[in-house]
Ligand binder design. Sequence first.
Ligand code: PLP
Length: 354
Amino acid sequence: MVETFNISVSKVASSRLKNLSLENLPFGKHFTDHMLEADYENGEWTNVSIKPYQNLSLAPSLAAIHYGQAIFEGIKAYKNANGEANIFRPYDNFKRFNKSAARLEMPAVPEEIFIEGMRQLIEIDKDWIPAIKDHSLYIRPFMFSSDELIGVKPSDKYKFMIILSPTGPYYAAPMKIYVEERFTRAAPGGVGFAKAAGNYGGAMHATAEARKKGYDQVLWTDAFEHKVIQECGTMNVFFIIGNTVVTPDLSTETILAGVTRDSAITVFKDLGYNVEERQITIDEVIAAYDNGTLKEVFGTGTAATISMIRELTYKDKVMSFDTTTWKGSPALKARLDAIRDGQYPDTHNWLFKI
Ligand SMILES: *Cc1c(COP(=O)(O)O)cnc(C)c1O
């Protein structure tokens, strides 16, 4: 049975959109007129409301700030050439959100709030979805513990929210990547598979150290020997070796199951590639590079879709690539763009109409 919630709506008197052009906005800086907010109290969800985007008033003892029960999602909505607005695979993010919630001992958010709330919110702020090529509306659902108590325990109260941010083309220049051998993002039994805020905080020092050395991001490896490849920064990673697309499998629960990763696997199969989800080590990558079969290396994620890797450094081994000659990842990008733009049939039912 689907629970039904009364979503109360209070709208702004006048939209801020009048004073803003949606062209080329930087990622994550501007937010639409409205937001969704819901509270979990006494074992149930309540106060589901769409209201003007505004500051929150929170106690300094707020549990989330101290103990980090905080999770989020990242989703995009697009307008196609006919002006129709769609959200890309929101049910996949909904399921992943509740997996993250379970791992952090937080309550599940009902579909009626996550999906239907999102749909209503976007409908109200529909004019904020840029109708410009490569632009989108970034959707950020999140939840945090809201007990006002610094005792260590799962919180009794939580807040779930959705905010929306119009964003311009996220051009990801081909990256220089450092294979990380000291710091660890995720270990078996940990929270690496959850989209937990703390995973990002925990990764920032390693990333900053790599930046100081002139790299854009790190390639995360396993916690024990730093040989088995996990992810590239906050993106899933893919290798094309010969005619085979290889990406790390999800079995160790150290990898975030990206929706873009899943879309990439599906599209590559549609395009006739062999796709293997399996363990891949840095030694295998170096061997493939040395024998000339390593064709492409790239990351996938909602923000940039695909980020090519032009240089990969492991100890003193530097592997460099001429990304301008690549065929596989550009074909993947073109197909995903075409599906979103309505130029190619949505055979996998990825688009959710607003
Ligand atoms: C969000 C995220 C990804 C990409 O997931 P998408 O659903 O494709 O956006 C990959 N790795 C990490 C660590 C992430 O947090």
